[in-house]
Design a protein around this ligand. Structure first.
Ligand code: SAM
Ligand code: SF4
Length: 326
């Protein structure tokens, strides 16, 4: 029985945050002074994470698992978790800031990781340091190259485009993607920043992003076939592709197939949801798999139609992106 909601959407994609900690302080994601990290004993253990995934795969046919954070690579012994999850027969990917991929990429690939998404918002060292709070552009680029070399393909590079911050680098990023053999995915800035400073005027619309790239590198639109949120274009000259994730301007909620598990074991049916479903308490109280599965099914059954960013009804969720897992 798949995880189906009252709108008929089938959920096969599970995003798992494995830590709320991070070695970066991206200005659109965390306060400059950092956050108060969750105590370690509140984070799910690898055994608990594996159990939830096993239930999701076995009971509901979930076939895609994304590891995220916080920064997933700061969690000790990450290859061990990858090894456990890779045995469950899912498409296994990870979203990372890339800072330690130079060291980890080959171990993660050997452990069974399928592919990575690396976040990179600027190719200018000073601007990179301003956005991330860290002086590490070279390491991230080396990490991207290491991921490509390790075969974690297709390597996707996520750029959050923010007006007046990095929107003048949209074409430079496309050039970088073509040169390094990676797909750039431009993400519209979402109201999930820890400071709550987001304003609609900070968002660069997907259409403007695509137009800017198209002017320099003509693009051909790829027809959408799946629930994947990214709209895709290939370069007309055949040298790779780009994607755009237009969460704000063209919500893809009507085809959403995602559910989420936070590092502290809360099951969420939407990035913007206001309610958590406490799987950790269940797991630690000796509940059987049926009970865990029932909470997941009930939560998805009651999933809302979608977020309402830009409308008067929209209310920001209580957690920031780093706490939910992007
Ligand atoms: N630390 C990892 C990383 O940076 O890739 C994984 C976690 S991070 C929260 C996941 C993704 O969320 C990143 O691609 C990041 O750029 C994106 N993100 C964070 N805050 C965002 C925001 N307010 N709007 C849009 N994307 C955001
Ligand atoms: Fe850390 Fe990723 Fe958030 Fe940046 S976007 S602060 S790397 S969790």
């Amino acid at each position: 029985m798949p995880l189906v909601d009252s709108f008929g959407r089938v959920h096969r994609d599970l995003r798992i945050s494995i830590t709320d900690r991070c070695n970066f302080r991206c200005q659109y994601c965390m306060p400059a002074e950092g956050m108060v990290w969750q105590p370690r004993d509140e984070l799910l253990t690898f055994e608990e994470i594996e159990r939830v995934v096993r239930i999701a795969v076995g009971r509901f046919g979930v076939d895609s698992v994304r590891i995220t954070g916080g920064e997933p690579t700061v969690r000790a012994h990450l290859p061990l978790l990858i090894d456990r999850l890779s045995r469950l027969g899912v498409d296994l990917a990870m979203t990372t800031n890339g800072a330690t991929l130079g060291l980890l990429a080959s171990d993660l690939a050997a452990a069974g990781l399928g592919r990575v998404n690396v976040s990179l918002d600027s190719l200018r060292p000073e601007r990179f340091a301003t956005i991330t709070g860290r002086d590490g552009l070279d390491r991230v680029i080396a990490g991207i190259d290491a991921a490509v070399a390790a075969g974690l393909a297709p390597v996707k590079v996520n750029m959050v485009v923010m007006r007046g911050v990095n929107d003048d680098e949209v074409v430079d990023m496309a050039t970088f993607g073509r040169a390094h053999g990676v797909t750039i995915r431009y993400i519209e800035f979402m109201p999930l920043d820890a400071q709550g400073d987001w304003e609609r005027s900070d968002v660069v619309d997907a259409a403007a992003i695509v137009a800017a790239v198209h002017e320099v590198y003509p693009l051909v639109e790829v027809p959408r076939t799946t629930a994947a949120p990214a709209q895709q274009w290939t370069f007309a000259d055949g040298v790779g592709s780009i994607g755009v994730i237009p969460t704000v301007t063209q919500s893809f909620c009507s085809t959403c197939d995602r559910v989420r598990l936070t590092a502290d074991g809360q099951f969420r049916t939407c990035l913007f949801a206001h309610d958590d479903h406490d799987l950790r308490a269940l797991l630690r109280s000796g509940a059987d798999d049926d009970s865990v599965a029932a909470v997941m099914a009930t939560a998805v059954g009651a999933k809302w139609a979608g977020h309402q960013i830009g409308q008067v009804h929209f209310i920001r969720p209580g957690r920031s992106m780093s706490q939910i897992g992007g």
